[in-house]
Design a protein around this ligand. Structure first.
Ligand code: GUN
Length: 297
């Protein structure tokens, strides 16, 4: 068997066309062009590429963007001062602080300082809390991208076994919340209502657990960690990993052997990555909507 390889780039292009139309309507009716402010601290080469790609994507759908670059030696207080300025700026609707931050800066202090209405990453405790209670303001970008991939590829989640390998705050945990919810505001109940297992580095008999999955999601950040033997024949395999190795970019799934077992699979690159950015653009538009609504009282 050879798995259907899902084209994340193509899906993202389709979604971006929809977003561009919504941005045009919003701008036409309000006179406001939604704006994303990206904050990049230090010189991490991967982060520089991510931020450049996010800004290019903004331009493609009619959003504006700003880039705020700070040196690697920036103090926590200096970064907090910039966040406070962006929180107060009426022309800025979304704030994205690119991670990782330099070691001298406590990530939680910075992410907690981003105004909840401008928190397009959905990292603020208020927004994570809302998500966990089933009344989200923003949907977290990578988890929402995974849900969109499943939905738009005709792979239902409702009533099925989903195993997520990885329990990070950015992917594993919020993805579990999205897929076990009763409904999805963007994809409907068929894309939610799953039976979700979150496995991790301390899970016993991991292969036994992953082989139960109708949908297996790899988000551990270890190259080729998921081998063909860990996959149930016919399962959908979503690879969230982006690992830089001597041989180039690779995912958390050992791709070629996995293709012989899986029913559908996402590649790396051109899999989940483009969807993450597409969801960020949607959140920036949502942020502009929310701020306009709150200004109108
Ligand atoms: N670094 C890696 N992934 C992400 C993400 O989703 N958001 C931000 N801000 N930084 C990241």
């Amino acid at each position: 068997m050879s798995a259907q390889v899902i084209d994340g780039k193509q899906l993202a292009t389709t979604i971006d066309e929809e977003t561009a139309a919504q941005v045009a309507t919003f701008t036409h009716t309000t006179g406001i062009t939604p704006c994303l402010a990206a904050v990049l601290v230090g010189e991490d080469p991967a982060s520089q590429v991510y931020v450049r790609n996010k800004r290019k994507a903004c331009e493609k759908v009619g959003l504006t963007s700003q880039l705020h670059r700070l040196p690697a030696t920036t103090s926590e207080d200096e970064l907090l001062t910039l966040i406070a300025r962006l929180n107060a700026a009426a022309a800025v609707h979304g704030i994205l602080v690119q991670l990782p931050l330099p070691r001298q800066i406590r990530e939680a202090r910075i992410l907690d300082a981003v105004h909840p209405l401008k928190d397009v990453d959905c990292f603020h405790p208020e927004n994570v809390g809302r998500l966990s209670q089933g009344r989200p303001r923003f949907l977290p970008c990578t988890p929402h991208g995974v849900q969109q991939i499943l939905h738009r590829s005709g792979i239902p989640a409702a009533g099925r076994e989903v195993v997520i390998v990885g329990r990070s705050e950015i992917v594993g945990k919020p993805l579990a919340m999205l897929l076990m919810a009763k409904d999805s505001p963007t994809c409907g109940p068929t894309a939610a209502n799953a039976t979700v297992t979150v496995a991790h580095s301390r899970t016993a008999n991991l292969a036994q657990v992953t082989r139960r999955a109708d949908i297996l999601i790899a988000a551990i950040g270890q190259p080729k960690f998921i081998t063909a033997e860990m996959i149930k024949p016919g399962a959908a395999v979503i690879d969230v990993g982006i690992n830089r190795t001597a041989a180039g970019l690779c995912g958390d799934v050992d791709f070629e052997p996995a293709c012989e077992v899986a029913g559908a699979i996402t590649p790396v690159p051109r899999g989940v990555g483009p969807l993450t950015i597409a969801m960020l653009l949607i959140n920036t538009l949502t942020a502009a909507h929310e701020q306009q609504a709150s200004a109108l009282g």
